[in-house]
Design a protein around this ligand. Structure first.
Ligand code: CDP
Length: 219
Protein backbone atom coordinates (compact mmCIF):
# COMPACT_ATOMS: atom_id res chain seq x y z
CA UNK A 1 0.00 0.00 0.00
CA UNK A 2 1.16 3.53 -0.78
CA UNK A 3 0.18 6.56 1.29
CA UNK A 4 1.16 9.76 -0.50
CA UNK A 5 1.68 12.96 1.50
CA UNK A 6 2.36 16.06 -0.57
CA UNK A 7 2.34 19.78 0.06
CA UNK A 8 4.39 22.98 0.13
CA UNK A 9 7.54 23.58 2.21
CA UNK A 10 7.48 23.21 6.00
CA UNK A 11 3.87 22.10 6.36
CA UNK A 12 4.92 19.23 8.60
CA UNK A 13 5.00 16.53 5.94
CA UNK A 14 8.14 14.79 7.17
CA UNK A 15 7.21 14.54 10.83
CA UNK A 16 3.65 13.56 9.98
CA UNK A 17 4.70 10.97 7.42
CA UNK A 18 7.20 9.51 9.87
CA UNK A 19 4.53 9.24 12.59
CA UNK A 20 1.98 7.66 10.26
CA UNK A 21 4.56 5.14 9.00
CA UNK A 22 5.53 4.24 12.55
CA UNK A 23 1.93 3.62 13.61
CA UNK A 24 1.17 1.49 10.56
CA UNK A 25 4.50 -0.34 10.51
CA UNK A 26 5.23 0.95 7.00
CA UNK A 27 8.53 2.36 5.76
CA UNK A 28 8.77 6.11 5.38
CA UNK A 29 10.41 7.84 2.45
CA UNK A 30 11.27 11.54 2.40
CA UNK A 31 11.68 12.28 -1.31
CA UNK A 32 12.70 15.89 -0.58
CA UNK A 33 15.80 14.48 1.15
CA UNK A 34 16.66 12.67 -2.10
CA UNK A 35 16.46 15.92 -4.12
CA UNK A 36 18.51 17.62 -1.41
CA UNK A 37 21.19 14.90 -1.78
CA UNK A 38 21.44 15.49 -5.53
CA UNK A 39 21.66 19.23 -4.87
CA UNK A 40 24.48 18.72 -2.36
CA UNK A 41 26.36 16.57 -4.88
CA UNK A 42 25.83 19.18 -7.63
CA UNK A 43 27.24 21.91 -5.36
CA UNK A 44 30.18 19.80 -4.16
CA UNK A 45 31.19 18.73 -7.67
CA UNK A 46 30.51 22.13 -9.23
CA UNK A 47 28.24 20.59 -11.86
CA UNK A 48 26.45 22.88 -14.31
CA UNK A 49 22.82 21.69 -14.21
CA UNK A 50 22.22 22.99 -17.71
CA UNK A 51 24.89 20.65 -19.04
CA UNK A 52 23.09 17.29 -19.35
CA UNK A 53 26.30 15.31 -19.95
CA UNK A 54 27.79 16.58 -16.70
CA UNK A 55 24.53 16.01 -14.87
CA UNK A 56 24.00 12.48 -16.19
CA UNK A 57 27.56 11.63 -15.29
CA UNK A 58 26.95 12.83 -11.73
CA UNK A 59 23.61 10.99 -11.47
CA UNK A 60 25.24 7.74 -12.56
CA UNK A 61 27.87 8.11 -9.83
CA UNK A 62 25.72 8.96 -6.85
CA UNK A 63 24.22 6.46 -4.52
CA UNK A 64 21.52 7.63 -2.12
CA UNK A 65 20.79 5.35 0.78
CA UNK A 66 18.32 5.78 3.60
CA UNK A 67 18.76 3.99 6.89
CA UNK A 68 16.13 3.67 9.53
CA UNK A 69 17.34 2.43 12.88
CA UNK A 70 15.80 2.74 16.34
CA UNK A 71 13.52 5.54 15.25
CA UNK A 72 16.35 7.58 13.70
CA UNK A 73 16.42 8.35 10.02
CA UNK A 74 19.73 8.93 8.28
CA UNK A 75 20.52 9.84 4.69
CA UNK A 76 23.74 8.66 3.09
CA UNK A 77 25.26 10.05 -0.07
CA UNK A 78 27.90 7.65 -1.39
CA UNK A 79 28.21 6.12 2.10
CA UNK A 80 28.66 9.48 3.84
CA UNK A 81 26.02 10.54 6.38
CA UNK A 82 24.71 13.86 5.01
CA UNK A 83 21.53 14.09 7.14
CA UNK A 84 22.46 17.53 8.56
CA UNK A 85 24.34 18.88 5.53
CA UNK A 86 21.34 18.49 3.19
CA UNK A 87 19.33 20.88 5.42
CA UNK A 88 21.87 23.72 5.11
CA UNK A 89 20.64 27.10 3.80
CA UNK A 90 22.87 26.69 0.74
CA UNK A 91 21.25 23.40 -0.27
CA UNK A 92 17.80 24.83 0.50
CA UNK A 93 18.52 27.84 -1.75
CA UNK A 94 19.48 25.63 -4.68
CA UNK A 95 17.24 22.59 -4.32
CA UNK A 96 14.25 23.89 -6.32
CA UNK A 97 16.35 24.65 -9.40
CA UNK A 98 18.02 21.22 -9.29
CA UNK A 99 14.66 19.48 -8.73
CA UNK A 100 13.16 21.13 -11.78
CA UNK A 101 15.59 19.38 -14.15
CA UNK A 102 14.15 16.47 -16.17
CA UNK A 103 17.15 14.13 -15.75
CA UNK A 104 17.11 14.58 -11.98
CA UNK A 105 13.39 13.89 -11.71
CA UNK A 106 13.56 10.79 -13.91
CA UNK A 107 16.37 9.29 -11.83
CA UNK A 108 14.69 10.05 -8.48
CA UNK A 109 11.23 8.85 -9.52
CA UNK A 110 12.74 5.57 -10.75
CA UNK A 111 14.45 5.13 -7.38
CA UNK A 112 11.25 5.98 -5.47
CA UNK A 113 9.15 3.50 -7.43
CA UNK A 114 11.73 0.78 -6.92
CA UNK A 115 11.78 1.26 -3.15
CA UNK A 116 7.96 1.21 -2.94
CA UNK A 117 7.67 -1.86 -5.16
CA UNK A 118 9.06 -3.97 -2.34
CA UNK A 119 7.09 -2.76 0.65
CA UNK A 120 4.19 -0.75 2.10
CA UNK A 121 5.27 2.85 2.19
CA UNK A 122 4.37 6.36 3.35
CA UNK A 123 6.00 8.61 0.76
CA UNK A 124 6.26 12.34 1.19
CA UNK A 125 7.06 15.06 -1.36
CA UNK A 126 5.55 17.36 -3.96
CA UNK A 127 4.47 15.05 -6.81
CA UNK A 128 3.83 11.70 -5.14
CA UNK A 129 0.03 11.68 -5.57
CA UNK A 130 0.14 13.31 -9.00
CA UNK A 131 3.12 11.72 -10.80
CA UNK A 132 5.06 9.11 -8.83
CA UNK A 133 2.01 7.15 -7.60
CA UNK A 134 -1.16 8.53 -9.19
CA UNK A 135 -2.92 5.33 -8.06
CA UNK A 136 -1.83 5.54 -4.42
CA UNK A 137 -4.49 4.14 -2.07
CA UNK A 138 -4.42 7.29 0.07
CA UNK A 139 -3.40 10.82 -0.85
CA UNK A 140 -3.07 13.73 1.53
CA UNK A 141 -2.12 17.32 0.77
CA UNK A 142 -0.84 19.32 3.75
CA UNK A 143 -1.08 23.10 3.87
CA UNK A 144 -0.37 25.73 6.57
CA UNK A 145 -0.11 29.46 7.03
CA UNK A 146 3.27 30.78 5.82
CA UNK A 147 4.18 32.56 9.09
CA UNK A 148 3.61 29.38 11.08
CA UNK A 149 5.68 27.46 8.55
CA UNK A 150 8.54 29.95 8.92
CA UNK A 151 8.41 29.56 12.71
CA UNK A 152 8.62 25.79 12.38
CA UNK A 153 11.52 26.03 9.94
CA UNK A 154 13.34 28.37 12.35
CA UNK A 155 13.20 25.70 15.04
CA UNK A 156 14.46 23.02 12.60
CA UNK A 157 17.42 25.23 11.69
CA UNK A 158 18.22 26.10 15.30
CA UNK A 159 18.52 22.37 15.94
CA UNK A 160 21.41 22.23 13.44
CA UNK A 161 22.96 25.48 14.72
CA UNK A 162 21.69 27.86 12.01
CA UNK A 163 19.99 31.15 12.87
CA UNK A 164 17.67 32.97 10.45
CA UNK A 165 14.91 35.53 11.00
CA UNK A 166 11.24 34.60 10.58
CA UNK A 167 10.85 37.24 7.85
CA UNK A 168 13.77 35.85 5.87
CA UNK A 169 12.49 32.29 6.26
CA UNK A 170 8.96 33.25 5.23
CA UNK A 171 10.39 34.84 2.08
CA UNK A 172 12.51 31.73 1.34
CA UNK A 173 9.50 29.46 1.78
CA UNK A 174 7.26 31.56 -0.47
CA UNK A 175 9.94 31.81 -3.16
CA UNK A 176 10.52 28.05 -3.12
CA UNK A 177 6.78 27.26 -3.25
CA UNK A 178 6.35 29.62 -6.17
CA UNK A 179 9.25 27.99 -8.02
CA UNK A 180 8.03 24.45 -7.24
CA UNK A 181 4.44 25.23 -8.26
CA UNK A 182 5.29 26.89 -11.54
CA UNK A 183 7.89 24.50 -12.92
CA UNK A 184 7.08 22.63 -16.10
CA UNK A 185 7.76 19.05 -14.97
CA UNK A 186 5.84 17.61 -12.01
CA UNK A 187 4.85 20.91 -10.40
CA UNK A 188 3.72 21.06 -6.80
CA UNK A 189 -0.02 20.61 -7.15
CA UNK A 190 -2.79 18.94 -5.20
CA UNK A 191 -3.98 15.71 -6.82
CA UNK A 192 -7.70 15.99 -7.53
CA UNK A 193 -8.49 13.11 -5.21
CA UNK A 194 -6.16 14.19 -2.37
CA UNK A 195 -7.56 15.06 1.05
CA UNK A 196 -6.44 18.51 2.25
CA UNK A 197 -5.27 18.90 5.83
CA UNK A 198 -4.54 22.39 7.16
CA UNK A 199 -1.87 21.97 9.83
CA UNK A 200 -1.71 25.63 10.95
CA UNK A 201 -3.38 24.94 14.30
CA UNK A 202 -2.61 21.24 14.63
CA UNK A 203 0.06 19.55 16.70
CA UNK A 204 2.09 16.75 15.16
CA UNK A 205 0.11 14.17 17.15
CA UNK A 206 -3.15 15.64 15.87
CA UNK A 207 -1.92 15.59 12.26
CA UNK A 208 -0.89 11.97 12.57
CA UNK A 209 -4.13 10.87 14.23
CA UNK A 210 -6.26 12.70 11.70
CA UNK A 211 -4.58 10.78 8.87
CA UNK A 212 -4.76 7.46 10.71
CA UNK A 213 -8.48 8.03 11.41
CA UNK A 214 -9.17 8.68 7.73
CA UNK A 215 -7.25 5.56 6.71
CA UNK A 216 -9.09 3.41 9.26
CA UNK A 217 -12.45 4.88 8.27
CA UNK A 218 -11.96 4.09 4.60
CA UNK A 219 -10.61 0.60 4.99
O1 CDP B 1 11.33 20.01 4.05
P1 CDP B 1 10.91 21.05 3.07
O2 CDP B 1 9.45 21.23 3.08
O3 CDP B 1 11.68 22.30 3.16
O4 CDP B 1 11.28 20.56 1.62
P2 CDP B 1 11.73 19.13 1.16
O5 CDP B 1 10.57 18.19 1.30
O6 CDP B 1 13.01 18.77 1.82
O7 CDP B 1 11.97 19.37 -0.41
C1 CDP B 1 13.00 20.21 -0.84
C2 CDP B 1 12.75 20.56 -2.31
O8 CDP B 1 12.86 19.39 -3.11
C3 CDP B 1 11.41 21.15 -2.65
O9 CDP B 1 11.36 22.55 -2.47
C4 CDP B 1 11.26 20.77 -4.12
O10 CDP B 1 11.92 21.69 -4.96
C5 CDP B 1 11.99 19.45 -4.21
N1 CDP B 1 11.10 18.27 -4.21
C6 CDP B 1 10.52 17.91 -5.41
O11 CDP B 1 10.71 18.57 -6.41
N2 CDP B 1 9.77 16.78 -5.48
C7 CDP B 1 9.55 16.03 -4.40
N3 CDP B 1 8.82 14.92 -4.53
C8 CDP B 1 10.10 16.40 -3.17
C9 CDP B 1 10.87 17.55 -3.09
Amino acid sequence: MIIAIDGPAATGKSTTAKGVAQQLGFIYLDTGAMYRCVTLAVLKEGVDIKNSDQLNDLLSKIDIDIKMEDGSYEIFLNSEDVSAEIRSPEVTRNVSAVSAVKEVRQAMVRHQRLIASKTDCVMEGRDIGTVVFPNAEFKFFLIADSYVRAERRRKDLQAIGEEKSIEELEEDIKRRDEYDSSREISPLKKAEDAIVIDTTYLSIDEQVSRIIEIINMKQ
